[in-house]
Design a protein. Structure first.
Lengths: 942, 426
């Protein structure tokens, strides 16, 4: 394989044959050529060369050129002048070439709007393509071209795609909504209509994307969610992971506006009782209700229950979003179930750790108990990045309490010795915070910090001084020793913050160290001019305080310092000096204020409160960008407070029967999750469904003993997704019904079934079966339901238990009967009729040759030779649609299997002397041959 | 959501950019470079950097920064997780994720990024789906493509995209049907000066390589499933079944994937004891001293096996960041080789296998900067090792069954224990 050489002449030398062989491995000639002019000319020449390649007839050359252009785009180089040459290829047959052209278009269309319009018709055509991938990608590109003129076209395309057969295309349309909105916010109203429509979509593929669009376009239209709330909760587990994150965060916001607070009003949470609480959840809530009339809205509970399994997701973003949902919505005693999962995330990548630790830091301030058992997971390792270390330190400090403080302090001792001095300094601050928060250890901490004053490292000492200062301020009574010790340190410490702290301390408590203080002032006066500003300010303060308490010894020193300060370069210091002078040195101009100088300067000062930096971060929703950066990010949606009174709950009721989700997932997935899930669903599916059942059973119950009551029910057999062709209604519905359960075997209950050939209500890939139940006995039958559904690979969406199928007498004998029945569909009933053109038919047929074809020659009866009866015969046999045919003697029919959407093509060609050739093309060869056999029989009989 | 992506190499050059919405000038990365300069180590660059109009969220993998540009509120983990998924995909496609590999395959990279995000929202991140859309480049395929003119790009929507088992494509065929599972446990521990365990926990994963025809439905059961109370699953695992029966039941993706990861901390093993009882497989005897006023320091290190369940400890590697004051070392390993980098002060000792009869040791002296005071911290020792055929937590797979297909697959299970972040404080 040739790789492109770097000098530019080789570009021009290259023949077409060579470049066809390379595979986009070009290196950058430009970056090597250095000088500005050289760079320009190389680019220029190369682009010329590319233009030639694009205009060539050879597909491979074009592709090669596009690959190199994409390479240029990737490097951020400008390739916009090639636009006319590239846009010509937008209709190329070569799919890879086409895709690369799309990439180019999306990148440059904004700059070259007029030329971009040339491509639009191609996309409009592609939007009608039978291949869903092509439809979807056409919509993607069309909506990504940021050209305002085509807004109406985009709008139209979005509306159309929103009702596309393929969920994938509908998903793309949800994405396109956001793109159009950012291009033209005036379209909002129309877009909301589309969003409303898509929110009703039952596909898990669409859910995440449309909620994303909702959040971007109309997050305030919370009313659109009501009707879809329960559906979203129930779909959640099966939505793709990225969609889950978006939906969960939207539902968090929704729930805060719709439900009342599950938190007890007194706000005090007794952490000790937490565990007991948790075990006896049920009882406790009952107790609670007696005291307070709070009961959780079942919808609120539904959300909490359906998100819980997602804590096990491998996607860290999903786990975090569930954690924040629990934090913001769950009753206080349930929040702790997220702890373990959050701690698990700490094993993930550094960046994940960072975000998770930040959130834990915020949580741990309010709820120590949640993370205390996992304290050791927050121990710092020497290999952690600095920001991870400081976050862990933060959390450990938050978790400290009387019981564990000794362990934590021991751990901190190791950290103080760390080679990472920034981290060591952080640890000292943390020790200071522990000392103020837990009074038992204040002295221990103080002693430890004083020991650190003799550390060799300057930053450690300086940090200790600052922290000790704060601690002493909290309880200055008996610590003159420490102050003396620190005064001695002043000779050696060079860190200005530390020097300033020592000076402040001496000044503040100068009466406790009457001998030392003036001496310190003397030293400072000597070095005043070379000090940092902050130290100078404190020196002035010290001088002023000493002047007030001990003016005999320090008067001259103070004057000297004030004079120095008067001519300082820094205006803050000049200001301060002037102020102090007026305040403490009495003269005729200074008014009444100087009388109070002592009370002003030596007023008792409140001790500083050492607080966590994460203290007030909980004003932001956890897990958000705003929480991470601690400022409101653009587009941040505030989490509202709980409403005092819950808004109307009935808005979430849905009249229509939702397709009960538990049947949709994969073959096996459901099999096992059935029992638990269906009980989950009870909440919402019950009300609607029962009505329906009642209707059926209630219709007929006449008085005579042998009367029958029949219930019309539909039961669906299921299997996976729909294909690209349009499903049409059945051409013919057979009236024949089959016996499912004879009344003798069924002890009075008879059941008949019939294939309605109607598209199934629950899922497009199910076949609907109508079962009529008749009670021929003289007693009432209750609780008719379908029991264990064993056959593997078969899914049944069955009706719920029928309340009762009653008749006249009410004999109260409870007896359970079970009947095993089986439905045997004729192969023809497993298809769905589709319409297609003759052209498509031939194309499809071309794809299904060889193994997929079976044919037979038969003799047809006379009456079947004309098209009408023949069509009827075939339609009766199988649920297929008639394909218009150009030839009189050839009849074509098309259908697809309900389960997999595999196309089925039937051709009946009539020959001379009532011979006919039946050809069936389908990839389901077994079904094909079965159908062929049935058709042979049917057409041959009179 | 994600507006743009910039890839930045360790020398601070942007070598690839991709925009999903309007173009964002690459000058936005200047804020990132500033932060990079301020950080002492590459890892210390903050993952989230606010700038006046955008927010930069970055991950560092394989010495490449993947910098995503965000314009409005989005959960940061969402972006971080996605970026890691991008890196994983590149690794999957090109074997390695290096600057050179990305530059060589820039077209495939672009096609992938185009498919993975639409308008900044993830569209297809499942490797099985992507591989149907864009075939990974192999030498054979490139040759075939140049001759036949066929392309790497699929024309049909991948079956997985619509199906309820998006992780598996249909029509998988193998002549040899095999399913291998690796139980790999990493032990994270901090051991203090005196040799007692401060914290120890086990992080385990079950990685699988499943090459089975059709749509097999597998169940995996454990001898001691109670160990697993903190787990996260690949989406294919049926959670309800696990909750009810403690059995892993799943339709596997095709090829390599991580079935499950779990966490065993001292708490789950012994809820009543605060001290950890996770078995520590090696012990370290150390004597590292610096004397005040002397320019010499002593260094002695001996390793030995402990609680290894009779399995040998292999591939032992010790490294330690010595204090800045150390100029050079003069050490003598009883086995293996050692190196000391006088610039970074990193000591590395490649020990190899531990022979319980003759324990490996590293002894000698360190020379310190003359006149400098003695370092106040003793170095931390990081140890890596492997123990084959044993999982430290004692987790054992009971059996693997397959349903839904007729053939008999070849099954294999392997156990391994490794050191994760195993640190000894001295």
């Amino acid at each position: 394989m040739l790789s492109m050489s770097t000098n530019n002449s080789s570009y021009n030398d290259q023949g077409g044959a060579d470049s066809a062989v390379e595979i986009g491995q070009e290196t950058t000639p430009t970056s090597n050529s250095g000088a500005g002019f050289g760079l320009f000319s190389t680019d220029f020449k190369k682009n010329d060369d590319l233009k030639e390649m694009l205009e060539n007839n050879k597909e491979s050359l074009k592709l090669e050129a596009m690959k190199r252009i994409v390479g240029l785009i990737a490097k951020g180089k400008n390739a916009s002048e090639l636009f006319p040459a590239v846009v010509k290829n937008v209709a190329s047959k070569n799919i890879e070439l086409k895709k690369l052209v799309y990439v180019y278009l999306v990148r440059y269309a904004e700059e070259q709007q007029d030329l971009a319009l040339l491509s639009i018709s191609t996309f409009q055509r592609a939007l009608k393509d039978p291949n869903q991938l092509i439809r979807a990608s056409a919509l993607r590109v069309l909506s990504s071209i940021r050209v305002p003129i085509i807004i109406p076209i985009m709008m139209l395309a979005i509306k159309e795609a929103a009702s596309d057969m393929s969920p994938y295309v509908r998903k793309t349309s949800a994405h396109a909504i956001q793109k159009l909105y950012s291009l033209d916010p005036d379209q909002k109203e129309h877009l909301i209509e589309v969003i409303e429509k898509l929110l009703k979509d039952k596909s898990t593929l669409v859910a995440g994307s449309v909620v994303m669009a909702f959040e971007e376009v109309c997050p305030e239209r919370i009313d659109l969610i009501h009707k879809n709330y329960r559906k979203l909760c129930n779909l959640l587990v099966d939505v793709e992971e990225w969609g889950q994150v978006v939906i969960i965060s939207m539902l968090t916001r929704y729930a805060r506006t719709q439900f009342t607070s599950p938190w007890r009003e007194d706000g005090v949470f007794d952490e000790n009782s937490e565990r007991a609480f948790y075990e006896s959840d049920e009882e406790k809530t009952r107790d609670d209700t007696e005291i307070k009339p709070y009961t959780m809205d079942p919808d609120h509970r539904l959300l909490l229950r359906n998100t819980k399994p997602l804590l096990q997701s491998r996607n860290t973003a999903v786990v975090m979003s569930v954690a924040q949902l629990y934090w913001h919505l769950a009753p206080r005693n349930e929040v702790s179930i997220v702890t373990k999962s959050l701690v698990r995330l700490l094993r993930s990548h550094r960046e994940v750790q960072y975000i998770v630790l930040q959130n834990i830091a915020t949580m741990s301030i309010q709820r120590k108990g949640m993370f205390e058992p996992y304290m050791k997971s927050f121990y710092v390792r020497s290999t952690d990045a600095t920001h991870i270390k400081s976050l862990k330190l933060e959390i450990l400090t938050n978790l400290a309490n009387e019981a564990n403080i000794s362990t934590i302090l021991r751990e901190f001792q190791t950290y103080v010795k760390s080679q990472d001095k920034q981290f060591a300094a952080g640890t000292i601050q943390a020790i200071g915070r522990c000392a103020t928060n837990i009074s038992e250890v204040t002295d221990t901490c103080l002693n430890g910090l004083v020991l650190l004053l003799s550390n060799r490292d300057e930053t450690v000492v300086a940090e200790s001084v600052v922290v000790i200062k704060k601690l002493l301020q909290a309880q200055p009574s008996q610590h003159s020793d420490i102050i003396k010790h620190m005064a001695k340190l002043l000779d050696n410490i060079t860190v200005s913050m530390a020097r300033a702290s020592i000076l402040w301390l001496i000044g503040e408590y100068c009466e406790r160290v009457p001998k030392i203080a003036p001496d310190v002032l003397r030293k400072m006066a000597k070095s005043f001019t070379s000090e940092e500003d902050i130290v100078k300010l404190q020196t002035v303060n010290l001088a002023a305080k000493l002047y007030l308490t001990n003016s005999k010894q320090t008067k001259l020193l103070t004057q000297y310092i004030l004079n120095l300060g008067k001519y300082d370069q820094n205006y803050d210091i000049r200001d301060r000096t002037r102020f102090i002078r007026q305040l403490i040195v009495p003269n005729e101009k200074s008014g009444a204020l100087s009388k109070y100088a002592r009370r002003i300067l030596l007023a008792p000062k409140p001790a500083p409160v050492l607080e966590s930096a994460y203290k007030d971060r909980d004003r932001y929703q956890l897990g958000t960008l705003s929480h991470t950066i601690n400022t409101k990010a653009s587009g941040y949606l505030e989490l509202s407070d709980w409403p005092a009174v819950a808004p109307d709950q009935s808005v979430r009721n849905v009249e229509v029967i939702e397709p009960v989700k538990e049947w949709a997932p994969s073959l096996g997935k459901t099999g096992k999750s059935k029992p638990a899930k269906s009980s989950d669903d009870k909440f919402y599916s019950d009300s609607g469904e029962e009505e329906e059942d009642e209707k059926g059973s209630g219709t007929s119950s006449s008085n005579d003993g042998s009367s029958s009551s029949s219930a019309g029910l539909s039961l669906c057999l299921c299997v996976p997704p729909p294909g690209p062709v349009c499903v049409s209604g059945p051409a013919f519905v057979p009236e024949k019904s089959h016996n499912l359960l004879h009344r003798m075997t069924g002890k009075g209950l008879a059941a008949q079934y019939q294939f309605t050939r109607q598209p199934c209500l629950y899922q497009p890939n199910m076949v609907s079966v109508q079962i009529s139940l008749t009670n021929t006995s003289d007693h009432r039958l209750e609780q008719i339901h379908i029991g264990e559904r064993s056959p593997a690979g078969l899914k049944i969406h069955c009706f719920n238990t029928i309340g009762e199928s009653h008749c006249f007498s009410t004999l109260d004998d409870t007896k359970e009967d079970q009947f095993s029945v089986s439905i045997q569909p004729a192969v023809g009933d497993l298809f769905l009729a589709v319409t297609m053109t003759e052209q498509d038919f031939r194309k499809e047929q071309g794809k299904l040759q060889g193994m997929n074809e079976c044919s037979a020659t038969i003799t047809v009866t006379a009456e079947n030779t004309s098209s009408q009866p023949l069509n009827r015969r075939v339609a009766a046999m199988a649920n297929v649609g008639v394909v218009p045919s150009g030839q009189d003697n050839v009849h074509r029919f098309a259908g697809k299997t309900a389960c997999s959407g595999a196309v089925l093509l039937v051709t009946v060609e009539l020959r001379e002397s009532s011979a006919a050739v039946i050809t069936i093309n389908t990839e389901k060869s077994v079904m094909g041959s079965m159908l062929l056999r049935d058709l042979k029989k049917s057409l041959a009989q009179a | 959501m994600i507006h743009s992506l910039f890839l930045v190499n360790s020398s601070g050059d942007i070598f690839l950019e991709k925009h999903w919405k309007s173009v964002v000038s690459r000058s936005v990365c200047d804020y990132f470079f500033e932060a990079q300069e301020r950080a002492s180590e590459p890892e210390n660059v903050p993952p989230v950097i606010p700038t006046p109009h955008h927010y930069l969220i970055s991950v560092l993998r394989h010495r490449i920064y993947f910098v995503a540009v965000i314009q409005s509120e989005v959960p940061p983990l969402f972006v971080i997780e996605f970026l890691h998924r991008v890196v994983d995909t590149f690794q999957d496609y090109f074997g390695v994720c290096t600057e050179a590999a990305i530059k060589d395959n820039v077209v495939v990279v672009y096609e992938l990024l185009e498919e993975m995000l639409d308008n900044g929202f993830p569209l297809a991140t499942e490797s099985n789906i992507l591989k149907e859309l864009i075939k990974p480049p192999t030498i054979l395929r490139t040759v075939v493509n140049t001759i036949t003119g066929s392309t790497n790009v699929g024309e049909q929507l991948p079956t997985g995209q619509l199906s309820v088992v998006p992780w598996r494509r249909t029509g998988v065929k193998y002549t040899n049907n095999e399913a291998y599972f690796d139980v790999v446990e990493e032990i994270d521990a901090i051991i203090d000066k005196s040799g007692s365990t401060i914290t120890a926990e086990i992080q385990g994963v079950i990685d699988a390589c499943v090459k089975l025809t059709g749509m097999p439905d597998l169940t995996l059961s454990f001898m001691n499933p109670r160990l697993l109370d903190d787990v996260s699953f690949h989406p294919c695992v049926r959670f309800k079944r696990w909750e009810a029966e403690r059995i892993l039941s799943f339709i596997p993706p095709d090829g390599n994937f991580r079935l499950l990861s779990y966490h065993v901390s001292s708490q789950n093993l012994h809820p009543l004891r605060s001290t950890s009882l996770v078995a520590i497989p090696v012990y370290v005897k150390h004597n590292i001293t610096f004397r005040e006023g002397s320019s010499q320091g002593r260094f002695e290190l001996t390793l030995g096996p402990k609680q290894t369940m009779g399995k040998g400890v292999e591939a032992v590697l010790v490294n330690s960041q010595l204090p800045r004051g150390v100029l050079n070392t003069n050490l003598n390993p009883s086995q293996g080789t050692y190196t000391f980098d006088p610039v970074t002060k990193l000591l590395t000792w490649d020990v190899g296998k531990i022979n319980p009869q003759k324990l490996p040791s590293l002894k000698g002296s360190m020379s310190l900067q003359a006149g400098a005071s003695k370092p106040d911290e003793n170095p931390t020792i990081n140890i890596q090792f492997k123990i084959q055929q044993s999982a430290l937590s004692g987790l054992k797979v009971n059996r693997l069954d397959m349903y839904g297909e007729k053939y008999k697959p070849f099954k294999g299970i392997k156990y391994m224990t490794k050191a994760g972040k195993f640190q000894v404080r001295t």
